[in-house]
Structure formats: C-alpha cells, structure tokens
Design a protein around this ligand. Structure first.
Ligand code: S3P
Length: 442
C-alpha cells in the first residue's frame, strides 16, 4: 500500500503531456500481433494494464520490443497465429486486456486460462463469454462468469449477428476481434455508440469493416471475416481519460491555467468536455488535427466558477471513465448536478458509484446515490475535505480524490496510490510539477 495525501495547491500552470491512450494502446498491440509484418507504435501507454497485455501476447509467441520511450514494435503472427501459452495469462487490473484478448483467443483452438487481481476477478465476464460461446468457444469460468476462467477457442468459429445488451466498447471489440477469425460477416449492433477505436484501427490495418447508423441512434458494424491484416504504424494520442485529472484540477484551483498537449478527442470520448461546458467551465480546444485516424487537440483549462447541470445520460458512454472526476467538479459547482444512466459504473475497477458517493460524503459534500444515478449538491465554495479514501484497487478513484484535496479546505488522503500505475505512471510527479501538493502521509 502506498498512501498519499493531497493538500491545497497554489495556482496550477504549465503545458504538459500525459501518457498515451489506454484503449488505443491495447488495440495497437493486439492488431499488431494479428497482422503480417512489423507494426511500430509511438506513444504507447507504458502503464501496468498495457504491459499486462504485452506480456500475455509474448507468452503466446509474439515478439514485442521496446525500442525507445513509448516506442514499441510488434512482429505480427497473422490472424489466429498465436501459440498456446505455457502458463496462466495474468491480466492484472485490466478489464479491457482480459475482454479483448478473450475475443482474440476465440479463434485459437487451444486452452488458455486468464486471471487477474482481486478487482478484475470480481468483474462480470458473462457479457463476453455469452456471445463468444454462441460463436463456438467453450468456457469454464468461476461462478457468476468471473475470472479465473479457461477458454478453448475454435478453428471453425461461427460468424455472429449480435445486438449488445449493454453499452460496452469492450464487448463490441471482443466480438469484432473474434469475427476476424471466422468466415463470413460478423455484425454487432450497438444501441448507443461507444468508443470506436477498434473499428478505426481495423480499417487502418486493412480489414473490410462498415459502420451504418441504426434507426434509433445506434450503430451497426459489419466485419468481413478472415481478412489479411497488414502491419501499420500507430501514433497513440494522449489519453483524455488521464488528461481529465489535471484539466479538472486546473478548473478548481484558483488562478490556474494549464494546457495538455496532443490529447485524443474522439467524439465518443469527449462527453466530459461537453459536461464541463454545460457547467460553464473555461475549456478551450486548440491546434485540432488528425493523427493516424484519430482526432487530437491541445486542451487548455482555466480556473473559473462552475454551475450545476443536468448531465445528458445519452452521452454516458462517451464519458464513462470520467464520472469520478466529474463528480469532484460537481462538488465545487453552485447548484445541483444530476448524473443519470450510470449503472455500468458499478462494474468498473470498483463500484465507482458507491465509491464516489461514500468519499464525497466523507468530505462533507451533499450527495444522493441511486441504483444508477448520482446527484451532487454544491454551493460554489470548496468542500470541507479531510476525508481518508479507500481506493479499492481503482486508479480513477485514487486520482479523483487527490484532485479533491487540491482545492478543498482540508487535505484528502488515499490509502493506496499503487493502482494509478495501471493508467497514469508518474501522475504524482507530473501534477506536482504544475503546482499540486501531493506527498507521502507522514
Ligand atoms: C474501454 C471501454 C470501457 C471503459 C474502459 C476502456 C475500452 O469499458 O470503461 O476503461 O478500451 O474498450 P466498457 O466496455 O466496459 O464500457
């Protein structure tokens, strides 16, 4: 356990880089492994989640090398070209690594066993095992469809036509990755659009994939199976889900003005920016451009007052990882902030809905927690703070509450900063360089 305490900061200032996008990093390693030729990845997130993915792929015979800071090469083995692992695949804390890899393993006719840490082993896997079973995969999972599980993929995988019962990019991606190995067309219909990094990258690697709008606002994605994927260079933008922490910190700490450079602004990832805009935040997107099929921009945040808002539940998927930090922002706003459609938050690295409600209450904030909603009441003055937060193996809970401590009246401590390594290595040093006061608990 690495406890940390965050105390009131002076004005934050500077232009910073945050680590590469976690979702895109996972996909770059996977598609690199499934293509023919050598893929060069620049800006890969070197956090524990992505390193777990790399280690699993190496165990299955993929040659992956680190050739520089964030620069990695992957020598592809072709679709269904992985070899049987001679040990257990440990996916650590990463739901994305576990679920996407299960999709890839579906087309490999050998047994593979996946496990994770206590957080990952408590998360639901039925959402992936159910559709992959329909394609011909055999699963032996712990009760409740949890990890550890053993799966045996199939050399004769059936294509699938599937409507997602939950808004989940991980489930969508797992099915599409499985569809690569099956003949015919695999189709996934998502009622609500979710992040489309898999679709974009599959197209960039040469897959035949089409996306059509659905009649009720969703999308229908069709993939022609058994394509030849060609190694392609990937430039990973900075992760907006990581940028969110310094950006909101700057909004809350008086006198702050910071810029985070080269951040991915994929439309299905920027729900937080829309929400903060509705709350009156001074956030500016500068230098917008495209990098390797993904839109990026420099994002500037300037301190100013925030007002409560009704956050659009239709955009929940586009900001699903940002609710912890949004709830912190809401605690500083004047008025009521209503966040609805949050059922999925209960299945993240921790039950984030109850973790946020509990932590905010401990810091003196008025919060109502419902089954799938949260209402935060603020009066425009800083919360009391002073809370001691249990992070429960959840990196975003850890970072969100450290941000709370930067602008609340009394310091906020967390019991364990170790989970931050999964997505944002060097978070503490980077934040302290722009003016925060995070340090060890003495
Ligand atoms: C991710 C999808 C989301 C998100 C996670 C990353 C991805 O999960 O919360 O951090 O890379 O596809 P769900 O698919 O469970 O919504």
């Amino acid at each position: 356990m690495t406890p940390l305490i965050s105390s009131a900061a002076d004005a934050l200032a500077g232009t910073i880089h945050v680590p590469g996008d976690k979702s895109i990093s996972h996909r770059a390693l996977l598609l690199g492994a499934l293509s023919t030729g050598q893929t060069r990845i620049e800006g890969l997130l070197e956090g524990e989640d992505v390193l777990a993915m790399a280690a699993a792929l190496r165990m299955m015979g993929v040659t992956i090398s680190r050739t520089g800071d964030g620069v990695w090469t992957v020598n592809g083995r072709g679709i269904a070209g992985l070899g049987e692992p001679d040990g257990i695949l440990d996916m650590g804390n990463s739901g994305t690594a576990a679920r996407l890899l299960m999709g890839v393993l579906a087309g490999h006719p050998f047994p593979a066993t996946l496990t994770g840490d206590a957080s990952l082993n408590s998360r639901p896997m039925g959402r992936v095992t159910e559709p992959l079973s329909a394609m011909g995969v055999v699963f032996n999972a712990r009760s409740g469809d949890r990890l550890p599980l053993t799966m045996t993929g199939s050399a004769d995988l059936l294509p699938l036509d599937y409507r997602l019962p939950v808004a989940s990019a991980q489930v969508k991606s797992a099915i599409l990755l499985a569809g690569l190995a099956s003949p015919g067309v695999t189709r996934v219909v998502e009622p609500t659009p979710t992040r489309d990094h898999t679709e974009r990258m599959l197209q960039a690697f040469g897959a035949e994939l089409t996306v059509e709008p659905d009649s009720d606002g969703g999308r229908s994605i069709s993939l022609q199976g058994q394509p030849e994927l060609t190694a392609t260079d990937v430039v990973v933008p900075a992760d907006i889900s990581s940028a969110a922490f310094p950006l909101v910190a700057a909004l809350l700490v008086e006198g702050s003005d910071i810029t985070v450079e080269n951040v991915g602004i994929n439309p299905e990832r920027i729900g937080l920016l829309d929400a903060l805009d509705a709350m009156g935040a001074d956030i500016r997107l500068e230098n917008k451009h495209q990098v390797a099929g993904e839109p990026v921009a420099d994002i500037r945040a300037v301190h100013g007052p925030l007002k409560g808002a009704d956050i659009d539940p239709g955009r929940a998927a586009a900001m699903i990882d940002e609710y912890p930090i949004l709830a912190i922002a809401a605690a500083f706003a004047t008025g009521t902030t209503t966040m609805k459609g949050l059922g999925e938050l209960r299945h993240k690295e921790s039950d984030r809905l109850s973790a946020m409600a509990r932590g905010l209450k401990a810091a003196g904030v008025e919060v109502e927690e419902g089954d799938d909603y949260m209402i935060v009441q603020g009066d425009g003055t800083p919360p009391v703070g002073g809370a001691a937060i249990k992070t429960g193996l959840d990196h975003r809970i850890a970072m969100a509450f450290l941000v709370l401590g930067m602008a609340s009246n009394a310091p906020v401590s967390i019991d364990d900063a170790a989970p931050i390594e999964t997505s944002f290595p060097d978070f503490t040093n980077l934040m302290n360089r722009i003016g925060t006061k995070i340090g060890p608990v003495t």
